[in-house]
Every structure is written in C-alpha cells, then in structure tokens.
Design a binder for this molecule. Sequence first.
Ligand SMILES: *Cc1c(COP(=O)(O)O)cnc(C)c1O
Length: 409
Amino acid sequence: MNALIPFSPPRIDDEIIQEVTAALKSGWITTGPRTKQFEKELSAYNGNEYTLCLNSATAGLEIMLRWFGVKEGDEVILPAYTYAATANVVVHCGARPVLVDVNTSDFNINVENVKAAITSKTKVIMPVDFAGYPCDYDSINALVNETAIKSLFNAETKEQKKLGRVMILSDAAHSLGGFYKGKRTGTLADATVFSFHAVKNLTTAEGGAIALNFEAPFSNDDIYKYLCIYTLHGQNKDALAKMQKGNWRYDIIEAGFKCNMTDIMAAIGLVELTRYDNKTLIVRKAICNKYATKLSNYSWAELPPLTTANAITSFHLFPLRIKGITEEQRDQIIQKIFDLNVSVNVHFIPLPMLSFYKNKGYTMADYPVTFNNYSREISLPVFYNLTDEMSDCVLNAVISSVEEIINSK
Ligand SMILES: *Cc1c(COP(=O)(O)O)cnc(C)c1O
C-alpha cells in the first residue's frame, strides 16, 4: 500500500531555506526591507497601489473593519459558506454577521440575497472567493452604488462619510492569482485580503496582506501609512525608523494592534511570489484540469468552475460535489478514500452548523443552497509536489469509493 497522500503540504525547498537563512543572517528578522519589498511586489503583481503585509488574513480583515469604524449595532453581510475567520472578525468588532446563502454554480455569495439583506445598519459586504474562483464583483459593485442602496447607508465615521456607501471587503484568502473579467483579485473591491497560511497557494507559514484599492478622494498612500502605525501598537515610528542614529523618541497615537509581518515570513513570500505564475499556478492548473477531465466521464460528478467566460480560478481547491448523495453518504465516501491512503477535506462546515454561531441563533435551514453544497462536497488534494502518479491514485480512490457507496444505496 502506498504512503498516505497528504492534502496540501507546503513547498519547502532549498530556495526557500536559503532565502530564510539570508534573512536570519542579515540581522534584521522583524518587519523590515524584505517585508517592504514583498509588499511592493504584491502590488505590482495585482495592479493595485499599496499593499500592507500582516501576520494573517484574519488580522487584515479585522483591521479593515476597524479602520472603517464597524462597531456594535452595525451589520456586515457575508456568505454562510466560508471559513469561520470571515465571521469571527465581525464579532470581534461587536457587530452582527448577517449570513446569506450562496450560489449552486460557483459556491460564492449570491448577489440577490445580498441585496435582500441590506439594511440601514449594513456597513460592509465581505464576498469570499470560494476555492479561488472570484465572486461576481461587477454586480456587487453596482449594487452598493445603486441610489436606493446608497441612500439607506448611514455614514457615521469620517471614512464612512468619505466613501458614502457600503464598503466591499473581499476575503480573497483563496484567490491570489485569480481573474475576474481580465482583472486580478486585489483590484476588484475597495480592499482585498489575502492569506499566506501554510495550506494556501502562496505561503509565508502564517501571514496575510491587505491590497488597498480605494477610489478618490481616498489616498491609498495615506491609508497605508496609517495602517502601518495601527498594526504596530499605534506607534508613530517602526523599528527600522528607530534604528537611525539619534532617532529614538517615539509616540503612541492610539491603542493600536500588533499584527505585523516579519522579514523571515517575507523571505518565504518573496521566493513564492517569484515562482507563483510560472510554476505554482501552472502545476495547480494542470492537476485541477486533470481531475476535471477524468471526472467528467462520470455522471455522478459535479465539477467546480475553473475557467469560465467571466473568471479564472487561482486553482486553490478542487471542490468536487457528488450528485444526489446525503451528508452521511459523503462522510462514508470520505472514510473510504482515506482508507485508500488519500487525504481529502471538506470546505467548509457552514457557519450555522458551528456551536458558536448555532448558539447565536443561526440555523442551517435558512441556507438551503449552502447546506446542499456542503453535504455533497469533497475537496481533492492539490499541491505543487503532487505527481501524476499520485493524482492517478487520488482519482482511483475517489471513483471507487463513490461508486461503492452510491451502488450500495
Ligand atoms: C484561510 C482562510 C482565512 C484565514 O486566513 P489566515 O491567514 O489563517 O488568517 C480566512 N478566510 C478564508 C475563506 C480562509 O480559507
């Protein structure tokens, strides 16, 4: 029997180790030149003006909500089908996550449902690019700019008055490198947050980034400078600036957060970004296309959108759905796949099924499409070092396990 095929191990090779070693030997290990370089390269990659790197996507999402002044009594609209981080940050701010149901087609937030959920308390919409496939940003942007929706908006803070409408904060934890109508994620919303967690397409071990993309009269430069301070204790000088001769005095302008990226993390990110389009994404795309081609021969297989007229995924996940099965059958199939030494996963357990949100009164019955997607979903392994032989094993394990369960009905 083969060794267990993992789900999504990070790609740690000599190139990464050398660059991390160089960062360690440079004597500068916290936020410094490598982080600043990584930020510039991310902005160049996505085509937005300024990017701020942090220690996680979760921190990035929360920082943007707080920057916009989201607080108790406010509402933030997000899909019921996402990782808990998207909703937890809303709770941290004291606001209420308003969950809406998603699409069958692409797993993403349904814009009609968003529209129906908007009230005078709505401050932010957080679309999530599920599996790396971008949401319908034209419709979301058009919605928040509709006259009737704009006139509902109750601007309370300086930033809210300046924007004059609901902010769009994209949870792009999965979608770095994805496209919507020829534009990269990072340029599709007011602010877009990427994750560089160990399981994501591009990793820095832990890490995240906020791509700022606000329109005038906002200055993304000013927002970037402010957020650098806000994410480092509210201190008006960072460690690098304080290193300059005689430049020791600092001030704290507010009780800020502490969620900066280190240069050790950025060292990994710089190597990863350099090879992202020309190596990582090519391999991930080939794996996903192979799964799609082979599985399209089976009438029970419902394939995820990869490349469509409007969007191209970042090939983060391959969320396969099996037609006509129950949640229990899905779980049995997963057990069989694991028994054949292949790791698979489920993205995600919907928020209303998690204790904290269930106890807050959210119920799964309100989100039938989310439940239907979830109950039939199995994510297949996609990672750089997955060989052709391994993807054959994955396909064989999936096909035999599904057929065994659906034929035993
Ligand atoms: C991974 C993930 C996050 C959190 O990213 P971190 O960098 O671990 O904070 C947020 N949203 C979604 C959809 C994710 O998959």
